[in-house]
Design a protein around this ligand. Structure first.
Ligand code: NAP
Length: 279
């Protein structure tokens, strides 16, 4: 019997998840159809309840429903409780479990694609939106020495630091960049279509030479932040690895087997270059 999985969001037409999850299921020899489920807010409850059916593996959840699905789930993983957001739903014999793989996907991307271990390091996170939340909690859990959060709206950084744990603190002005092993842009500054494509969330020229600069924005593949980091001689990591690894962790939650990340990367990169050609 063909089983079903999909992504719940609004809108979801441009999500890359169907592209790389479909090739992952195919490569793993699993008979699963992965669909894009555009779900307006009033339909979230019925969409989530439908996942209890025997043919459903579960779902990914994206903007704007990562909080909205929570009341309809039976159990939440530790991290999703603390973050207050779910990006993966797993159907286990009619019971629905919620997880958050965004932050763990980010940590996995650091370790596997940049050979960087955050444990014991000082990290600067630029931004305090939904993505920053998952990343900051995961960095704290990974045992960073400190995670400093700087955001345009200072109160959001204060709120995040207050709940994320003792190693997290909000920094009101841009701090001395030379003290960080990892600097992460989680703002949408530099993202295609925002009008900020030629901007960088900070001036990286004062970062220490061994710093890893990470931008979680993945369109364009090299943002202004990453280009400046490269020009300053820093190590860089783009946003696609986080996207792939959050999806890979979801795939494993659904199937119990490791995800074929290489084919997932290849499918996502091909799709992004196809979209660039027609943009
Ligand atoms: P969000 O919740 O809307 O947060 C946006 C963040 O960007 C806030 O901190 C906001 O600051 C800041 N910001 C926006 N415009 C700014 C500007 N002109 N100057 C300074 N700061 C600005 O969005 P999100 O869900 O966190 O997503 C943020 C970015 O990450 C998006 O580009 C998204 O595509 C990307 N993302 C990537 C992945 C991945 O897997 N690679 C996953 C999730 C998100 P204020 O609080 O002051 O408004």
């Amino acid at each position: 019997m063909t089983r079903l999985a999909g992504i719940i969001g609004h809108p979801v037409a441009h999500s890359l998840s169907p592209v790389f999850q479909r090739v992952a299921f195919k490569h793993a020899g699993l008979d699963v159809r992965y669909e894009a489920w555009d779900t307006p807010p009033r339909e979230v409850e019925s969409r989530v309840q439908s996942l209890r059916g025997p043919g459903f593996l579960g779902a990914n959840v994206t903007i704007p429903h990562k909080q909205g699905v929570i009341p309809f789930l039976d159990e939440l993983g530790d991290l999703s409780v603390r973050i207050g957001a779910v990006n993966t739903i797993v159907n286990r014999e009619g019971r629905l479990f919620g997880f958050n793989t965004d932050g763990p996907g980010f940590i996995e991307a650091l370790r596997r694609e940049a050979n960087a271990e955050p444990k014991g390091e000082r990290v600067l996170v630029l931004g305090a939106g939904g993505a920053a939340r998952g990343i900051v909690f995961a960095l704290v859990e990974a045992g960073v020495a400190a995670v400093d959060i700087h955001n345009r709206t200072a109160a959001r950084a204060d709120d995040l630091a207050a709940v994320a744990g003792p190693s997290a603190r909000a920094v009101p002005g841009l701090p001395d960049l030379s003290g960080y092993a990892i600097i992460v842009n989680t703002t949408s500054v530099g993202m295609h279509g925002t009008g900020t494509e030629d901007q960088s969330a900070c001036d990286l020229s004062l970062a220490a030479p061994r710093t890893l600069a990470v931008d979680i924005v993945y369109t364009p593949a090299e943002t202004t932040f990453l280009r400046r980091a490269r020009e300053c001689g820093l190590r860089t990591l783009g946003g696609l690895p986080m996207l792939i690894y959050q999806g890979a962790l979801a795939f494993t939650h659904w199937t119990g087997v490791p995800a074929p990340v290489d084919v997932m990367f290849e499918a996502a990169e091909n799709e992004l270059s196809r979209r660039r050609q027609y943009a």
